[in-house]
Ligand binder design. Sequence first.
Ligand code: NDP
Length: 276
Amino acid sequence: MPQPLRYAVFGHPIGHTKSPRIHQLFGDQFGIALTYEAIDAAPEAFADAVRRFFAEGGRGANVTLPHKGAAFALADERSEAAVRAGSANVLTRLADGRLAAHNTDGAGLVRDLAERHHVDLRGRDMLLLGAGGAARGVAWSLLDAGVASLTIVNRTPATADALADAIGEPARVRTRYWQDLAGIGSFDLVVNATSAGVLQQSLGLPPALVGARAVCCDLAYGAAAAPFLAWAQAAGASRAFDGLGMLVETAADAFELWHARRPATEPVYQALRPPA
Ligand code: NDP
């Protein structure tokens, strides 16, 4: 009997991950037998743990906090999206044993907003809160999807400036200081790419950021997204979403890279969605 194909997600901590369930549900759609482990690796142990996993027959791995930069660094080849973000959330073992790095965060978010939630991104003035790994993963994709302007605000301003410089479109992309948030106007797309929710910290956002037809989105999901979504609704957002759909979409991209088949994401999204 053939051994099931072996996959994993690396993170630290990793107890909260939904990725094993998502990949099992995708595999079930095609009758693919696979194992998908959650591997907790401290930063200093990450590179060795990844090499061991692939040396022992691993086919592919997802990578989450805090390892996305390290995953990018240890790969032998890198997709354009990974190079732009400087980080990777997918590692794939190639036929010759080398490792390929991909970053599917941006494509996943755009598909979740545009296809699942039918949000027309074109022409929107967008506020991006945060400039860490996830913000870098989604910024280019949202610009490619047609947002008119991108304002990046990060608690540490230098990181926002570095992202704006890397994008290199001064006519469309600007940065502002966090302490000036109350006076920078309103937006019709607000994306929270900070980890404040996960860390149970308050963002203290002014309601004036939310424009009349604004869509608000937190990349975090579940309880971590609840404070931002409550703020968005209280501030008058027309719609507000958490990052669960993005997570399922990014997983589908990884699955397709590994199995050359495109899983249906909606049934998996519905299976994971807590009842309203
Ligand atoms: P990083 O650690 O790389 O970046 C964290 C960002 O949050 C930084 O910009 C940091 O600012 C900011 N931040 C942290 N705490 C606060 C605070 N109290 N007030 C203001 N800003 C703060 O994390 P990631 O970018 O990888 O992840 C960010 C979020 O996105 C997480 O919630 C993560 O779960 C989510 N995510 C969701 C995905 C999905 O598929 N749905 C995929 C990837 C990420 P500073 O630079 O000043 O430290």
